[in-house]
Design a protein around this ligand. Structure first.
Ligand SMILES: [Zn+2]
Length: 348
């Protein structure tokens, strides 16, 4: 079948890739015809750098992990899905017998197999086989495009869950990329009264502010974030801060806008060790949480898209046909400031 293959760093091709042979439909698996696949920062990073941390592309690998599609075939023991169902898929498959999985923390199972993380292939291809347990049926009012946003949204919802948001909390999100924006939406859905989003790019902040009148953009280098938050909260600070920029410089400042007893959630990946002010954390008795992907949140994300509690449609800024996938990645790698999420549609 034709697939978008990362041959090696900076070398992508759309070509026949004989993966069907490896893909046997197990009794609890479903075969899915892919419809929409989002381009993630991690896909782009593998393309431009050939690796992320310890994960190195050593052999040609199919990219893509943010996906929706239609069920083509189900294994004999599948009970919740049938042919023709519209679905989205959680891309990480843990070992069901691992200690982490048995403890309910399957996302931190060291044996997890995650789409488009070497050596596991992604899903920029016509079909795939996936476990029923990680495949979620879509209500009629959730589009394939929205459903392909569930994967990044899951990161925001997991982060908001870890923060233990209370209604009326004030939040700060560092970074207005796709993950920063889904985190801001998740914080509002979790009950935050206001969310301050900071970024260097003015255009990204305009997009952020267009999502909700409860989102306030703060431009790094122009406004002082900590000062602004303190000024608006009678000097108290924000209850929750999400670090979603992945910038070591931003991460070093996470406690400055934080209220006493507040919580910092580290979301953005850092390629090297970073430092932050533990003294500032101490005097606030700050709680620091770290997240790795997500667990148990896909059905919640689908439910919120269906009810309208979260609207991700404004984040989808560009669509490409599958035949233009290589060009789509070249454009994504140039990081156009007015784009949030680009998606690829497969022929149906
Ligand atoms: Zn992603």
């Amino acid at each position: 079948m034709d697939a978008l293959v990362l041959e090696e760093k900076l070398n992508l091709s759309l070509r026949d890739f004989p993966i069907e042979r490896e893909e046997k439909l197990g009794p609890r698996d479903v075969r899915i015809k892919l419809h929409t696949v989002g381009i993630c920062g991690s896909d782009v990073h593998y393309y431009t750098h050939g690796k992320i941390g310890p994960f190195v592309v050593r052999e040609p690998m199919i990219l893509g992990h943010e996906a929706s599609g239609t069920v083509l075939e189900v294994g004999p023991e599948v009970t919740t899905l049938r042919e023709g169902d519209r679905v989205c898929m959680e891309p990480g498959i843990p070992d069901p017998n691992s200690r982490a999985t048995r403890l309910g923390k399957y996302n931190v199972d060291p044996a997890v197999r995650f789409w488009a993380t070497p050596p596991v292939h992604g899903i920029l291809r016509p079909t795939c086989v996936h476990p029923e347990a990680f495949t979620f049926k879509l209500p009629d009012n959730v589009s394939f495009a929205e459903a392909a946003m569930v994967e990044p949204l899951a990161v925001g919802v997991h982060a908001a869950t870890k923060a233990r948001i209370k209604p009326g909390d004030i939040a700060v999100v560092l970074g207005a990329g796709p993950i920063g924006l889904v985190t801001a939406l998740s914080a509002l859905a979790g009950g935050c009264a206001r969310v301050y989003v900071s970024d260097l790019a003015e255009k990204k902040l305009e997009i952020a502010e267009s999502l909700s009148r409860a989102i306030i953009g703060v431009q790094v280098g122009k406004d002082d974030l900590a000062e602004r938050v303190k000024r608006d909260t009678d000097g108290w600070g924000a209850d929750v801060l999400f670090e979603a920029s992945g910038s070591p410089k931003a991460a070093s400042t996470v406690f400055e806008p934080l209220a006493p007893g507040g919580c910092v959630v580290m979301i953005g990946g850092q390629s090297d060790p970073i430092s932050y002010d533990t003294g500032a954390a101490m005097v606030r008795e700050a709680r620091v949480e770290n997240i790795f992907r997500y667990a148990h949140v896909f059905p919640r994300c689908v439910a919120m898209l269906s009810s309208g509690a979260i609207d991700v449609k404004p984040l989808i800024t560009r669509k490409f046909e599958f035949k233009d996938s290589v060009r789509a990645f070249e454009i994504a790698a140039s990081a156009p400031p007015a784009d949030v999420k680009m998606q690829i549609e497969l022929p149906q």
